[in-house]
Design a protein around this ligand. Sequence first.
Ligand SMILES: *[C@@H]1O[C@H](CO)[C@@H](O)[C@H](O)[C@H]1NC(C)=O
Ligand SMILES: *[C@@H]1O[C@H](CO)[C@@H](O)[C@H](O)[C@H]1NC(C)=O
Ligand SMILES: *[C@@H]1O[C@H](CO)[C@@H](O)[C@H](O)[C@H]1NC(C)=O
Ligand SMILES: *[C@@H]1O[C@H](CO)[C@@H](O)[C@H](O)[C@H]1NC(C)=O
Ligand SMILES: *[C@@H]1O[C@H](CO)[C@@H](O)[C@H](O)[C@H]1NC(C)=O
Ligand SMILES: *[C@@H]1O[C@H](CO)[C@@H](O)[C@H](O)[C@H]1NC(C)=O
Ligand SMILES: *[C@@H]1O[C@H](CO)[C@@H](O)[C@H](O)[C@H]1NC(C)=O
Ligand SMILES: *[C@@H]1O[C@H](CO)[C@@H](O)[C@H](O)[C@H]1NC(C)=O
Ligand SMILES: *[C@@H]1O[C@H](CO)[C@@H](O)[C@H](O)[C@H]1NC(C)=O
Ligand SMILES: *[C@@H]1O[C@H](CO)[C@@H](O)[C@H](O)[C@H]1NC(C)=O
Length: 759
Amino acid sequence: MPVMVFFVLAMAFVVAQAQQMQSNISRGSSLTPTTNSSWLSRSGVYAFGFYKQGNGYAVGIFLAGIPQTTIVWTAKRDDPPLPTNVTLDFTSDGFSLKPTPGQSFVIEYTSGSSASMLDSGNFVIYNARQDIVWQSFEHPTDTLVPGQRLFAGDEMFSAKSESDPSTGIFRLKMQADGNLVQYPVNTPDTPAHAYYASGTYGRGKNVTLNFGADGHLYLLNDTSSNIKNITDGGLPADQATIYLMRIDADGIFRLYSHDLNHNGSKSIVWESSKNKCDPKGICRLNSYCVSVDLDVECKCLPGFVSANLGNKTSGCRRIIADVCEYKNETFPNTMEELQSTIWEDSSYADLPLSDREACKRACLEDCNCEAAIFNGTSCRKQRLPLRYGRRDVGTPNLELIKVAISTTTPDTEKRSKRKGRTDILIIGLSLTAFGSILVAISVVAFCKHNSWSYGRVNIPILDSELNEDISLRPYTYEELEKITNNFTEEVGRGTSGIRVAVKRLEKVAAEGEKEFQTELKVIGKTHHKNLVRLLGYCLDGPKRLLVYEYMSNGSLADVLFTPDGKPSWEERMRIARNIARGFLYLHEECDTQIIHCDIKPQNILMDEYMCPKISDFGLAKLLKADQSRTTTGFRGTRGYVAPEWHRKMPITVKADVYSFGVVLLEIICCRRNVDWSLPDEEAILDELAYHCFETGELGKLVGEEEVNTRQFERMLKVGLWCIQDEPSLRPSMKKVLLMLEGTVDIPIPPNPISFLSTI
Ligand SMILES: *[C@@H]1O[C@H](CO)[C@@H](O)[C@H](O)[C@H]1NC(C)=O
Ligand SMILES: *[C@@H]1O[C@H](CO)[C@@H](O)[C@H](O)[C@H]1NC(C)=O
Ligand SMILES: *[C@@H]1O[C@H](CO)[C@@H](O)[C@H](O)[C@H]1NC(C)=O
Ligand SMILES: *[C@@H]1O[C@H](CO)[C@@H](O)[C@H](O)[C@H]1NC(C)=O
Ligand SMILES: *[C@@H]1O[C@H](CO)[C@@H](O)[C@H](O)[C@H]1NC(C)=O
Ligand SMILES: *[C@@H]1O[C@H](CO)[C@@H](O)[C@H](O)[C@H]1NC(C)=O
Ligand SMILES: *[C@@H]1O[C@H](CO)[C@@H](O)[C@H](O)[C@H]1NC(C)=O
Ligand SMILES: *[C@@H]1O[C@H](CO)[C@@H](O)[C@H](O)[C@H]1NC(C)=O
Ligand SMILES: *[C@@H]1O[C@H](CO)[C@@H](O)[C@H](O)[C@H]1NC(C)=O
Ligand SMILES: *[C@@H]1O[C@H](CO)[C@@H](O)[C@H](O)[C@H]1NC(C)=O
């Protein structure tokens, strides 16, 4: 019997000790998550100590004795949950955790001697002289309790979610300018990002947010005059009702009451907004917020999908990534409409247009324009990403989004729609002409192994002729010399201030001044987003120079063969498709069929949007309308030239297809076609590629990168078809593009050199 009594008493002792009513906690005390887990305030309303969080524990202040954990403050809120076996020790310079290497202190101060969980909800640490060395009121997280103040410069941050106290995506700031403002995190304190403001700007340098026990939230100025009531207060302030103000995870700040007589049941007394779409950034980039019943939904812009499939909060990306410039060809851009939405005004141009179609055209014509806000009187052009989007039925705004559409979609209705759009696009193009020329200069001086004659050219006649036809700008040699600092400068600046790339053709020899001029004229007339634009030329005695638009990202070789920062697989596929589009245009869509003859990564330049542009037509052959082949002297670069060049066979567009195939293999494998730093049997990529394809050892080609094997194999097959020795076996560029886009099946390619070996 005595044993039983002792046992019962022991039980009672343990229960009582689990939450100690101790208003004076002395140094050396400790807490553990399971026994002696917290210290209560004298009234028993607040507790400091461990509370359950996720699959572990966190240290903080919470309302005691109510079933639902109501957290008021959390120490080190961004640290992961703590395991059951930790101990929180009260030492003289902090509250430290044992045994948790790496995050020893959860609270730091100097010379702490005693601590107290006050009835106000403030956890205070004193030194031996009873001065406060630390208090939780000065380190608010997402909640204010009555009596706590927010001083000028102080900020509070929302939690990630109701169950995760770590720092979320919204903040409330008591600004030194007197305004109490809400913003998303990581934004400057500017009106463009604000979504709530008390409207007390300029009312004092030390305006404070104050919170009365009766639920009164108000602002006091420097001389403690009430300058604004946020909530009225005057609510019952009995012992059983606790008011808390919290910035919720959804970005709205609310005043709650907790009825301690009813298990702490909580109700909303006031909220900064009833519209859950108000907090800016509630929906991520390129998506907009729509209120659905009492909840919100984030929807993607038309033509966009969730960047992270099935996760609406992660933002949206384009379905077809590729709208870097206005397109005339098979993948035209169109403007999709989205009614009644509001976005951050990040426009870079504001056009006074009152016609919606004109606004669409203005955006289509401008490579920089990715979207436009049209409100009936103005057309504001914007770049992506768009943010802070939300539906607002009252706004006159019409958001117009540039979207690329694929003409390979078998949807006939779409096709006919697109026809109408194309007409608009054509009008657009004639308007733009040279509108979007880039602004910078770099010099590319290089030698041609192909020779040209030194024949004299009558510059004035050529000038007028060229100007009439193609509005190319003639330059004098001296001019270019000056621009490029005697051809030594990497980057120079033209007289007009636009940046251009200057290419010097050397050893211009017999094959023909005439051909040079013809090529200049024809290339000068090509307009395609994947061809570099020729802007001017210089014909000065024997000197031949070409002036191109400047490409800020160098060449494809720079992009592919630099060890760091190589583009992702998706990006590389996009680049390959764009190069193919450029060649499709040269081969099949120009009045004069053009064979480039010198395709290699060094000749494919990358613009600021990483959109590839084919350059260097110095060796190109132009075929007349009735011509489909040509015989000509050797051109091109070893490693990339088709075998027919060596065999003195007629040259067709299929020679370009061969070179494209080699470049495609380089793009998918991210290595040079010929690389003697590798073992001999791996040095030649086009030979290795077929071997690996045949034996299924794709890993040898892929390297360390993680790629989708099925996609990789498809691309490999395209490459192998392109590098067939027999030109007639190689697909046309049109076919290549369809294969790259995945719209046609790709048969198993034969061994590229099997044809040769049978001769
Ligand atoms: C807390 O206790 C310590 C010693 O036990 C004492 O020196 C100190 O004055 C007490 N503090 C308060 C606020 O009562
Ligand atoms: C709880 O803390 C008190 C005083 O801090 C101590 O005397 C007691 O032994 C502790 N209980 C347990 C189970 O650690
Ligand atoms: C404490 O628990 C964690 C996991 O819960 C474990 O990894 C660690 O070894 C434990 N430490 C001690 C001292 O028992
Ligand atoms: C702001 O005012 C409060 C009292 O209203 C005062 O305690 C605080 O020290 C002041 N802060 C500054 C920076 O003046
Ligand atoms: C504070 O507000 C009161 C009342 O609006 C005003 O009279 C006083 O000048 C203000 N004080 C300061 C320092 O702005
Ligand atoms: C705020 O409310 C109190 C009463 O609670 C009132 O006396 C005061 O004038 C109000 N202040 C303002 C700026 O409206
Ligand atoms: C508190 O909650 C418990 C169980 O969750 C319930 O039995 C009790 O009736 C509640 N008390 C009040 C006052 O609501
Ligand atoms: C959705 O994405 C966000 C941000 O990218 C991430 O924090 C969140 O955990 C994701 N949610 C799900 C359900 O995957
Ligand atoms: C656009 O393409 C079509 C067909 O490819 C062609 O007929 C038309 O001339 C092109 N327009 C311009 C302005 O280049
Ligand atoms: C449209 O936007 C312009 C520029 O932002 C603005 O000046 C104009 O008032 C707006 N018009 C309407 C009808 O909202």
